[in-house]
Design a protein around this ligand. Sequence first.
Ligand code: GDP
Length: 478
Amino acid sequence: DSIRVSEFAEKIKRPATEILKKLLLMGVMVTINQEISFEVAEKIAEQYNILLEKETKQEREEELINDFEDKEEDLRPRPPVVTVMGHVDHGKTSLLDAIRHSRVVETEAGGITQHIGAYTVDINDKKIVFLDTPGHEAFTAMRARGAQVTDIAVLVVAADDGVMPQTIEAINHAKAANVPIIVAINKIDKSGVNPDRVKQELTEYGLIPEDWGGDTICVPVSAKTKQGIDTLLEMILLVAEMQELKANPNRPAKGTIIEAKLDKGRGPVATVIVQKGTLKVGDSIIAGTAYGKVRALIDDKGKKVKSAGPSMPVEILGLSEVPNAGDILYVVSDEKTARQISEIRKEKEKQKYFASSSKITLQDLYSQIKEGKVKELNIIVKADVQGSVEALKQALEKLSNDEVRVRVIHGGVGAITETDVTLASASNAIIIGFNVRPNSMAMQLAEREKVEIKTYRIIYEAIDDIQAAMKGMLEPEY
Ligand code: GDP
């Protein structure tokens, strides 16, 4: 809990030199770039009749990022960002390739070889951006992280196969995200296929084709012969226009990381889709805990560019580490600010780790296993005699299954003590007592550290409880 003198001066709107003088009078010798404790800052603020309040990490982070809503009059049309979804083998990859080649060959000599996670195509004077990772899994994984980049979903349904399980999943995922769906009925080059059969099947899932009185655009295409590709692109632009996709290009950029990797020669490389503003070479950026200054921007044609506006995908060089797909990228005032945000986030992560690691209980064990948060159930066993310790240890460890390993990390004879609780807290363990109880100090500490202690008088009851907890079938405690 400390603050840099310069920041403190800014916050209370007084000259830093004046504050340094007051600090000196208090016997605190610091420079403008050094930090003072909250208590010292409070005393200085008192002299100005200002009441200081501690800022939470969250507040500090938001202040440093300084995101804001744009005014309506600053918004300009932006290209749509499209994700291709559909059942396996229905032609998602082929369609993405067909679109890429149908448009690029004419304009770029040699075509494009760069795979940066997304590419743009030009139709007359308009652009469409396609995400290169097809499927609703990636789409929903990003959403789970709070990022939504897709404006339109192209649902690929093979005319010779029709609506299949993953088609239905894709429909539901797109619907859950409120993303409009355009259906591409693919493989119409195949003999004997009937697009109407696909349309009929789609109606069962709430997608009523336009020519049948609904509002779902269906385009028959062939990724193989390229038939219908141009119509599909036009329809995407049409839907984009109806959505009135807009963003303010004249502000510090905000975007979403869609791909990132560590490149041997170039260091951390991340592809961002800019969502607001314009990202420029030299900008100071933060994405997750990765920060830095944009050293270079590379577009989907492999060309170095100086800037990237709304909806544009670009590769960024210059980050301190590899961010995660789904991380939000912000441009901030300077690199120091970016680093500060990174530090705050790293601290927050640590706290989260401690908070969750001290909270394992038998009641929520099952849900934690299901969420993949727990792969090991650590247990401490205390009993009145050594024979019971051994019997419990063996029986409990035998409960291990594919999802979770049961591990007795400590076993001993005697009452449950503070030391047991400390070990449990540090190792995210629960404590089982057989014919023994915790002493009062241990009980208090367990409460503070949120360590669960269960005591039993019959061995098989202990084993039943753990087994039930692993299956999510533990009787609730009232
Ligand atoms: P994905 O799993 O959805 O990405 O499907 P792919 O793009 O890998 O395609 C699966 C198979 O269908 C491949 O053998 C493609 O060559 C074939 N395929 C894709 N589109 C067409 C098409 O329009 N016509 C025909 N005849 N075959 C296609």
